[in-house]
Design a protein around this ligand. Sequence first.
Ligand SMILES: NC(=O)c1ccc[n+]([C@@H]2O[C@H](COP(=O)([O-])OP(=O)(O)OC[C@H]3O[C@@H](n4cnc5c(N)ncnc54)[C@H](O)[C@@H]3O)[C@@H](O)[C@H]2O)c1
Length: 314
Amino acid sequence: MTTILVTGGAGFIGSHVSDRLLAEGHRVVAVDDLTTGRIANLGEARGYGKEFTFFNMDVRAEGLLPLLERHRPEVVMHLAAQSQVGHGMEHPVDDASVNIMGTLNVLECCVKVGIRKIVYAASGGTLYGEPKKVPVKEATAAGAHPVSPYGISKKVVLEYLDFYQRYRGVDYTALALGNVYGPRQDPAGEAGVIAIFASAMLAGETPTIFGDGNQTRDYVFIDDTVHAFALAMDKGSGKLINVGTGIETTVNALFRIVADATGFGQVPGHGPLRPGEIRRIALDNAAAEQALGWRPWTHLEDGIGETVAYLKGI
Ligand SMILES: NC(=O)c1ccc[n+]([C@@H]2O[C@H](COP(=O)([O-])OP(=O)(O)OC[C@H]3O[C@@H](n4cnc5c(N)ncnc54)[C@H](O)[C@@H]3O)[C@@H](O)[C@H]2O)c1
């Protein structure tokens, strides 16, 4: 049994990562300040009794070190973040404070308590900026220019991870996630277009497509994403690894699939393109297969079906 710290453990992805690690017999210590995370996401994890502990704490807090000294985790899954591209556009200082300074505090604590490895939730959808070629390979990250403060802060961390591995002895894997979707994604957030579309359609409201709807994203299901985190505990040392399907899906196509799953019969509304968004992206996943033995197995229609069932409370 390994003790694992999950930062952002009450968030959409972090709570699923915690559930999976607990199901594998590990002990999980979750830290989250509940900015966008929710206690309700921890229902399953709390069922594991004393194997699961939750702390309502900011990752920038001085209290993080004594907490780690007490619990002595071997691995850190670092998902706590200012996770909204739009919020970062308006509040770049806040974005950098959480995503860069918060991560540095986590890394310093890792050094001081002798953490073996940190698995980092990087952002494949923003890190590469507007890619020249799709699906994008990890090697192009070096010359890439993110178009949002969020993308920049998530990219800068990759340099720190490299530094801490080389000079401070903390191993890492950075998972460049596509657009993750599935149960527990907050439909009230600005990200997570599938949750937003599906909950609006189920409420009989017309969702808005920003721009012409021909922009593409790489949608990866939560269970597949969580599997990559679990594998990265022991594999993918010192690597940036894309976690995506390699498939581009337009927002217009997504609208139709979600409409089919919810039985929504109306046409979408249209609004102006949001700043900080790129035109096209899909992530090449050959490195994930090679380094982690990971590949996606959930078809978009099936994953959307599960998400709709969750939102219906089935
Ligand atoms: N959802 C996606 O498609 C996606 C894609 C790429 C990368 N990511 C990254 O994955 C991670 C998880 O994203 P998510 O979609 O689950 O979003 P989320 O907002 O549900 O999760 C982030 C969690 O971090 C917590 N948090 C924020 N600031 C904090 C702070 N200062 N201290 C402690 N906790 C703090 C929030 O309360 C929340 O629970 C983030 O790092 C995000 O950048 C997500």
